[in-house]
Design a protein around this ligand. Sequence first.
Ligand code: ADP
Length: 267
Amino acid sequence: LFDALADQAALAIERIQLVADVDKARLAAEAEKLRAALLRSISHDLRTPLSAILGTASALRDFAPSMPEADRADLLATVVDEAERLNRFIANLLDMTRIEAGALEPNASGHFVGDIVATALRRAAKVTGPRRIEIDMPGDLPMLRLDAVLFEQVLFNLLDNAAKYTPPASTIGVRAWAEGAAVAIQVTDEGPGIPPDSLERVFDSFYRVGKTDSVRAGTGLGLSICRGFVEAMGGTIAAGNRTDRKGAVFTIRMPVPDQTQLLDEAT
Ligand code: ADP
């Protein structure tokens, strides 16, 4: 009996080892894929704006004195825009690193989501441009436990995408509603939507649908940062498509905390 048990145990150990090896190989392959994607993204996303800055700054250095004032202003605006893009990308990389290292510590307190939406919309006005914004938010939503800075960044990323992937003459919807023990916050657009087999993958770092890359500037980091931030605050975020027409839908769900406790915490 003992021998039989020992054999069984040996077999089990062998199997576990096998599974562990396969897992290790899979993880190594995934890490390798991520590393390659990171290098590709870094070389592209860092070098594109940097080349533009170098080129424009050199032109300014060499030709500024003989240039009409308007051209000079244009070139300077390009330098600032590209430097901002570079800055954003590096900020994204840092956020991603913090999320992946589990070093993100949300500074959560009681907030009305409407207030944060208002700030995010103000900040995003530059990117949403002429698009109509339709807001549907009841005034009696409960307070949520949020890190205002992180939550505003999440909304900003969603609004930025809604603008980036839709025509200027379109409407972006921002709604919120109470749903059982949660509040749902949703951003919708009138763009092409997201292919069903990419709905989960859009939250992966560096993942971009199809050939988005050549059409719109982006890093493939925005949504993975959204998910990292939302989950760190105890919520969920999911992507979907509209049923009434073409367009993407992003829905965040945040648990509703005990309201009196939240108020107590604030005092
Ligand atoms: P980025 O926009 O920088 O590429 P994200 O992580 O924000 O990175 O988005 C990942 C991908 O998901 C995008 O490249 C795009 O293909 C797709 N996507 C995101 N938002 C939308 C949207 N509102 N409509 C259509 N596609 C979207």
